[in-house]
Design a protein around this ligand. Structure first.
Ligand SMILES: Cc1cc2nc3c(=O)[nH]c(=O)nc-3n(C[C@H](O)[C@H](O)[C@H](O)COP(=O)(O)OP(=O)(O)OC[C@H]3O[C@@H](n4cnc5c(N)ncnc54)[C@H](O)[C@@H]3O)c2cc1C
Ligand SMILES: *[C@@H]1O[C@H](CO)[C@@H](O)[C@H](O)[C@H]1NC(C)=O
Ligand SMILES: *[C@@H]1O[C@H](CO)[C@@H](O)[C@H](O)[C@H]1NC(C)=O
Ligand SMILES: *[C@@H]1O[C@H](CO)[C@@H](O)[C@H](O)[C@H]1NC(C)=O
Length: 501
């Protein structure tokens, strides 16, 4: 499917048709271009939105990006004894095409690959430990779960494979007004009102496999068991594949790079309010914000909100109109505490009698055990490492990273580690507390020319989804500004793209 489109594109290139581009037929002279666009939030979503807006609207529009905290948002690093470690979003999937494109365009590099080894802990002992030998893993999994684990890869790949079409739709300038519409275009909408557990059970996976293997993945990635929506569940399982990567020097470099490349002005300040101002000739938004020197405000033709509007996250008030969030789309973001410990692990805590010097497991996932104080425990490498770097064994004094719902107490850490040289803690309101079935997702369009990138997080929260939603917001803003209704919410795009050509 993908290949077919690629070859069609190659053909178009040969014919020179691509020069017209997806939006080439619109005569820009007919409509007035917007003069000023505001993007609220300088995380990967906001910075990608600024970049894609520049692509759509061209060089002359002024793009202001408001950032109350630090550019990068939930991608952030912490310095531990002179080395930086990811303390927010860490891993990127090989099929995350927008992020891949950013890294290439910005001249950044992926960090050298580190070999990881996974184990599963049930609170008493390690119930599974990956072997270095593929064949050993194969036989162990086969013995315990039949073909479940091998089918899992096919199942996840089948869903992701269909999902990949969305990149083609975006390339051709198509946008969607809601998360549901976007997912419907790639046959994934049904995963929003099903739990991962239901979807997998319906497709013949065993409950044992879901409890023992699937849940540890969703706990690590989204702090919940397999009762989350099936779409975010698939995103979580895709994380269990090989080839995961991150950006050398830190994932946050993507945001900083994109903002610089697209010549957005970064306004270091907190947006407090957005007011719709309507005159005879036009509607604009007045954005109120506070900077070091005090409160200020400015008018914009288009506003893109690239931060969650749910409780405790952004505190923006609206006047002149009332967007439906969060009133009509209730829900909470869950707290995830990211704790880094430089220290030596207590091997007996894991209920194993292996010697620490031989213990090379890097990622310890957990089953759904309420008594466990953490969701996952992993040894992590800094954001910059030399080629051929390998994780040291557990006997070394090294950096471990834990995700937990609550901060870990000194007592808990004392039991887990034989020695500790330092502890670094970051509390996040990390991602939605996914509660299926069918939690309706907020709309991408909050009002005319006011768009909401973070609606996508209610389907799944990850860096690539933010980037994908940012591209959608830019296309939506462009198509609606120019009245291109035929580029929005089109059904059956796959056949249409085939026959249009
Ligand atoms: C612990 C953790 C681990 C994760 N692991 C992964 C992972 O491995 N892989 C992955 O892909 N994803 C991961 N994620 C998810 C990922 O971090 C997010 O989906 C993504 O970074 C969201 O980006 P964003 O730009 O949409 O939002 P944010 O990064 O939250 O950006 C919003 C920005 O807006 C700013 N802001 C808020 N309010 C205002 C205001 N009123 N005025 C001005 N600015 C404001 C904030 O300061 C922030 O910088 C993880 C998240 C967490 C918390
Ligand atoms: C789930 O979504 C599908 C597809 O949109 C729909 O047909 C079905 O009725 C929904 N089920 C529930 C329980 O909402
Ligand atoms: C924006 O600022 C102006 C001037 O300070 C104020 O009158 C107005 O109420 C503010 N609007 C919002 C939505 O906060
Ligand atoms: C190591 O873990 C075991 C098992 O949880 C515990 O009994 C022991 O006290 C721990 N060691 C230290 C130094 O806390």
């Amino acid at each position: 499917m993908f290949l077919r489109y690629l070859s069609v594109r190659a053909l178009l290139l040969l014919l020179g048709i691509c020069l017209i581009g997806p939006r080439g037929l619109a005569s820009a002279a007919e409509t007035k271009e917007p003069k000023k666009i505001a993007v609220i939030g300088g995380g990967i979503g906001g910075s990608a939105a600024a970049y894609f807006l520049r692509q759509e609207f061209g060089a002359s529009v002024k793009i202001d990006v408001f950032e109350a905290g630090t550019v990068g948002g939930r991608t952030a690093t912490e310095n531990v004894k002179g080395q930086d470690y990811e303390i927010g979003a860490a891993v990127i999937h090989p099929l995350n095409l927008h992020l891949k494109h950013f890294v290439e365009t910005l001249g950044l590099s992926p960090r050298a690959e580190v070999k990881n080894k996974m184990a599963i802990f049930n609170g008493k002992e390690l119930t599974f430990e990956e072997s270095d030998w593929f064949i050993v893993n194969f036989i162990r999994m086969l013995w315990r779960y039949g073909f479940n684990s091998y089918r899992k890869f096919g199942w996840v790949e089948g869903i992701l494979g269909k999902f990949m079409s969305v990149y083609q739709y975006q390339k051709f300038g198509y946008a969607f007004s809601s998360v549901e519409q976007l997912l419907r275009s790639v046959d994934a909408e049904r995963f929003l009102n099903q739990t991962l557990e239901e979807a997998m059970r319906a497709d013949g996976f065993s409950q044992a496999f879901i409890n023992d293997i699937v849940t540890p993945n969703t706990r690590t990635n989204f702090g919940l068991n397999a009762a989350l929506n099936a779409f975010v569940g698939v995103v979580s399982l895709a994380d269990g594949t090989s080839g995961l990567w991150s950006v050398e020097g830190g994932n946050k470099r993507m945001s900083a790079g994109l903002l610089q490349l697209c010549k957005a002005e970064i306004i270091q300040g907190r947006v407090t309010g957005i007011t719709l101002k309507t005159s005879k000739s036009a509607s604009q938004y007045e954005v109120n914000y506070s900077v070091d020197s005090g409160p200020s405000r400015s008018l914009y033709d288009i506003v893109i909100i690239a931060t969650p509007l749910h409780k405790g996250l952004s505190d923006i008030s609206f006047s002149g109109f009332s967007p439906p969030i969060p009133s009509h789309f209730s829900g909470d973001f869950q707290q995830i505490v990211n704790t880094l410990v430089l220290g030596r692990l207590n091997m007996s805590y894991l209920g194993t009698d292996q010697r620490a010097a031989d213990f090379l497991v890097s990622d310890i996932l957990t089953t759904d055990n309420k008594a466990l104080p953490f969701n996952s425990l992993a040894t992590v490498a800094p954001v910059k490492i030399p080629q051929g770097y390998a994780h040291p064994p557990a006997s070394a004094n090294k950096v471990w990273k834990m995700f937990s719902a609550q901060p870990l107490s000194e007592e808990q850490l004392g039991e887990m580690f034989e020695s500790q040289e330092g502890v670094w803690v970051k509390r996040w309101l990390a991602y939605p507390s996914y509660t299926p079935p069918n939690h309706r997702t907020p709309p991408f369009i909050l009002h005319d020319h006011l768009y909401y990138v973070n609606a996508i997080e209610w389907a799944a929260s990850c860096m690539e989804m933010s980037a994908l939603s940012a591209r959608n917001a830019a296309l939506l803003a462009y198509n609606r500004w120019h009245g291109h209704a035929h580029k929005i919410d089109q059904e059956d795009l796959e056949t249409r793209l085939r026959t249009e050509l």
